[in-house]
Design a protein around this ligand. Structure first.
Ligand SMILES: NC(=O)c1ccc[n+]([C@@H]2O[C@H](COP(=O)([O-])OP(=O)(O)OC[C@H]3O[C@@H](n4cnc5c(N)ncnc54)[C@H](OP(=O)(O)O)[C@@H]3O)[C@@H](O)[C@H]2O)c1
Length: 353
């Protein structure tokens, strides 16, 4: 019989929290039993506390749940966290300390030495950090994080190139969607007819997280990948779907056809394990000269596939391409759910006694 894990969502009323509920509706392994948000929502039924902003109705299973404070105990076996970064740090640590597995979207713990920063297709071996905690006698609780919404597409796109050719340097220019800023996000008068060349802390996150994800686990620690990453980030007037123009220097010569093949043929552990949220193809390659585009390509693989196009030689770093992903699915809630599916498949999650 299939195990059902009872899950709680911290930040359930927000942009990412709503995506969690949408993606978990009818999930074969996880059932939502607890919701938490700020004191603005606490004590109210979800249907009254939440202004649902995704297409379709809010899932029936959530409507009558009463929103609670984000503090243990909650009636669930694990928590997904989509809390704002400034409060996620202590709250997530409190849940882990109380014995809950915490699967987080927030930036607070991503760079902690003992916390896996996980993309199941790229670094599933980094879950070894949790084994070390267990050996050290830590309890049932732990924290696993998914990357920043732009890091995930950069690191996942680089993974097949790093494996096949080696990567020596990366420069990425992002064009990021409005939903990445949460709700209500950027003021309409700031973004209409405009591009904003600043997203607080985003460039630093992409630069350090990419190197951790593509780093090597040795001696119970992750040694960051040795190549430099340079990121420049821009907010653009698109609702969903982050795009990055990427230039990369590889360790060995390769032609664009070889890069195309490395992207298009890439599959990994989640596909092998047939995890419920794993897309059949993690990277879809489009050969049309004007793709990928957010409106046309963000829903590839139910929002879990990247789309790569414009693969070409580059006069400065050798190679270039453009990559796109759905920022609230592969970049947030879908990434966390895939992480939880891998944790379950690997025996790290169990229903509480
Ligand atoms: N949006 C994306 O594409 C994306 C992608 C990757 C990662 N993230 C990360 O995910 C997290 C959530 O982002 P979001 O876009 O969903 O933000 P959001 O739309 O602003 O939602 C924030 C959520 O947190 C709750 N909250 C706010 N202040 C709180 C407090 N003091 N105590 C408890 N709960 C509080 C809100 O509840 P109320 O409704 O009650 O105020 C709401 O449920 C952030 O850390 C963000 O960096 C977002």
């Amino acid at each position: 019989m299939q195990t059902t894990i009872r899950v709680g969502i911290l930040g359930a009323t927000g942009t990412v929290g709503q995506r969690f509920l949408q993606l978990l509706d009818g999930h074969p392994q996880f059932r939502v039993t607890a919701l938490a948000a700020s004191d603005r929502s606490e004590g109210r039924r979800y249907r009254d506390a939440c202004a649902w902003r995704l297409p379709g109705d809010m899932p029936d299973a959530a409507r009558d749940l009463v929103v609670q404070a984000p503090a243990p105990p909650l009636d669930c076996d694990l928590v997904f966290s989509s809390l704002p970064t400034d409060i996620a740090g202590p709250v997530e640590a409190q849940f882990a300390h109380a014995g809950y597995p915490v699967i987080s979207n927030s930036a607070s713990h991503r760079m902690d030495e003992a916390v896996p920063l996980l993309i199941p297709e790229v670094n599933p071996d980094h879950l070894g950090l949790l084994d070390r905690r267990r050996q050290d006698g830590a309890g049932r609780g732990f924290i696993v994080t998914n990357p920043n919404c732009s890091t995930v597409m950069l690191a996942l796109a680089l993974a097949p190139l790093a494996a096949r050719f080696g990567v020596e340097a990366v420069a990425a220019t992002t064009l990021q969607a409005l939903s990445g800023a949460g709700y209500p996000g950027v003021a309409s008068l700031d973004i209409t007819d405009n591009v904003v060349p600043f997203i607080a802390h985003e460039e630093e996150k992409i630069e350090r997280e990419t190197r951790k994800i593509l780093g090597r686990l040795t001696g119970g620690r992750v040694a960051p990948a040795g190549f430099a990453v340079s990121a420049q980030c821009h907010r653009v007037n698109v609702v969903d779907g982050h795009l990055a123009a990427v230039r990369v220097r590889l360790a060995r010569p390769a032609d664009p056809g070889e890069l195309r093949d490395a992207f298009a043929s890439f599959t990994a552990l989640p596909q092998e394990l047939r995890l419920p949220s794993a897309p059949e193809r993690p990277i879809v390659v489009r050969d049309e000269p004007d793709r990928p585009q957010p409106r046309l390509d963000r829903d590839a693989g139910r929002g879990m596939s990247l789309t790569v196009g414009r693969i070409a030689p580059d006069a400065v770093l050798g190679h270039r391409f453009v990559v796109l992903s759905h920022n609230t699915i592969r970049g947030a809630a879908g990434a966390a759910i895939l992480n939880a599916e891998l944790l379950l498949a690997r025996g790290y999650l169990k229903p509480a006694d």
